[in-house]
Design a protein around this ligand. Structure first.
Ligand code: SAM
Length: 221
């Protein structure tokens, strides 16, 4: 139940320093901000892969299951101990990302959001629980900077089509072409750096990718 969640009333009240203590020590005068969010991060494989690729970007995994988020926090703590000065830019917090995203991030704060293998919620009556829907897209557009990128991968064709349709219908997102994606080093990591992606690979499942850019609001001059 929601009373279990501890969340900041506003992004300004969020204390990120305890998640990235070394990064905050390094830049005491101009504290860094979280720029990447892995929504429903599961066991944290993507964060661990991206950490050395973007050592100066802070990344947060958001995960609703308490045991899973505890596992990711322990995993990162162990990596930090084994590799001093590395993995200082990644962290995980337990939250319901469908409810509290704007409590954590101010307008335009994020550069990248990841939805890797989100829960499919197959039945029509459960579609409202999908992590991509019309009202949530407005929140994702709000917390993303102009030019910010949303990455989605799923093994469920119906969910892929659902996500593509919702993002394409939304006025603040535009799909990025395959040609352009070839230049993005993150793309190849999306398929099997996460535990769910590895499971799909073992089962020879399909993997559908769709990536979108947060574009300028045409109504704001
Ligand atoms: N992205 C990971 C991967 O690729 O291995 C995990 C994929 S798993 C199928 C979906 C994850 O989303 C689960 O760990 C689930 O607990 C989490 N999740 C579902 N709804 C969520 C929500 N509202 N807020 C945060 N996490 C959520």
């Amino acid at each position: 139940a929601d009373h279990c969640f501890d969340y900041p009333q506003t992004p300004a009240l969020m204390d990120w320093s305890k998640y990235y203590p070394e990064k905050f020590k390094e830049c005491a005068e101009s504290p860094p901000t979280v720029e990447f969010a892995d929504i429903g991060c599961g066991y944290g494989g993507l964060l661990i892969t991206l950490s050395p690729m973007f050592p100066n970007s802070l990344m947060i995994g958001m995960e609703i299951r308490v045991k899973v988020s505890d596992y990711v926090m322990d995993r990162i703590a162990a990596l930090r101990t084994q590799n001093p000065s590395e993995y200082q830019n990644i962290a995980c917090l337990r939250t319901n990302a469908m409810k509290y995203l704007p409590n954590y991030f101010r307008k335009g704060q994020l550069k990248k959001i990841f939805f890797l293998y989100p829960d499919p919620h197959f039945k029509k009556a459960k579609h409202k629980w999908r992590i991509v829907n019309q009202s949530l897209l407005a929140e994702y557009a709000y917390v993303l900077s102009e030019g910010g990128i949303v990455y989605t991968v799923t093994d469920v064709k119906d969910l892929h089509e659902w996500m593509v349709q919702h993002f394409e219908e939304h006025p603040l997102f535009s799909r990025i072409s395959d040609e352009e994606l070839k230049l993005d080093p993150i793309i190849e990591k999306l398929y099997s750096s996460t535990e769910e992606g590895q499971k799909v690979s073992r089962n020879n499942g399909d993997k559908f990718l769709a990536v979108f850019r947060r574009i300028k609001d045409p109504l704001v001059i």
